[in-house]
Design a protein around this ligand. Structure first.
Ligand code: PEP
Ligand code: MN
Length: 262
């Protein structure tokens, strides 16, 4: 995935949107799919702001086994319905190699989460499938390890890899993670793959999502993936970092100069 070997930027197609192309990419949606109205309402809302794709987890790799684990295949079916209604391509996390074929029946892009960045069998399975893969940086992974994880997917035959910086663990506890914007600038020089930022998990604080989104655009990220929910207080996961309709509208209007400058 080195730029030295291939200097031309990779464009990864999500529906008819080229991630890594001219236009700043915004992928938005809830942390998890929670029900029919929940996902369809938020899909309509983010679609109204011109996002490139809808996110929503059906399989949630939660820190605690007592937390909401996602709706599973029922959630995937709802994503498919949201896609049919809005036309938005969908991205959802796969947590097991044996689920890749199931996911491919319902979604347009596979997310591999921070906790699975070095699940090598999963990387290979995603590589064999050919769908776009949004690969998130492990919370303690070096940039080198991150790039080598991407190599696993590409080597298995799938060039459609999108890297995503989502914050790393540091001594700092005021924010959920420390968003490593150094990594974004560094990766853009080092690799031809598109680089997105997840300011939601990167900060864990709703009020910080917009400023870090602008910072991501300024540092050269190809886009962002953001958590949004019509009623964050009721969200079954990550409500504290999710944007409601008003917050999301404000974010998109703040991003306009970056999107239009592209
Ligand atoms: C998510 O995107 O909902 C998620 C679980 O992210 P990460 O893997 O970056 O923690
Ligand atoms: Mn989340």
């Amino acid at each position: 995935v080195s730029r030295e070997l291939n200097p031309i930027d990779t464009h990864v197609m999500l529906g008819n949107h080229a991630v890594g192309g001219e236009k700043f990419t915004v992928i938005a949606g809830p942390c998890g799919v929670e029900g029919r109205d929940q996902i369809l309402d938020v899909a309509e809302m983010v679609k109204g702001h011109g996002v490139a794709a809808l996110r929503g987890g059906a399989f949630k790799p939660r820190t605690s086994p007592y937390s909401f684990q996602g709706m599973g295949e029922a959630g995937l079916k709802l994503l498919k319905e949201a896609n049919a209604l809005t036309g938005l391509p969908t991205v959802s996390e796969v947590i097991e190699a044996s689920d890749v074929d199931l996911m491919a029946q319902y979604v347009d892009g596979l997310q591999i989460g921070a906790r699975n960045m070095q699940n090598f069998r999963l990387l290979e399975a995603a590589g064999e499938c050919g769908l776009p893969v949004l690969l998130k940086r492990g919370m303690s992974a070096t940039i080198e390890e991150f790039l080598l994880a991407a190599e696993y997917i590409v080597n298995a035959g799938n060039p459609n890899v999108i890297l995503c910086e989502r914050g790393i663990r540091t001594f700092e506890t005021a924010t959920r993670n420390t968003l490593d914007l150094n990594a974004v600038a560094y990766l853009k020089r080092k690799t031809h793959l598109p680089v997105l930022v997840d300011p939601s998990h990167g900060t864990g604080i709703r009020e910080l999502v917009a400023p870090l989104s602008y910072a991501s655009a300024a540092v050269g990220a190809d886009g962002i993936i953001v958590e949004a929910h019509m009623n964050p207080k009721e969200a079954l996961s990550d409500g504290h970092q999710s944007l409601d309709g008003n917050d999301f509208a404000a974010l998109m209007s703040g991003l306009r100069p970056f999107v239009e400058a592209a």
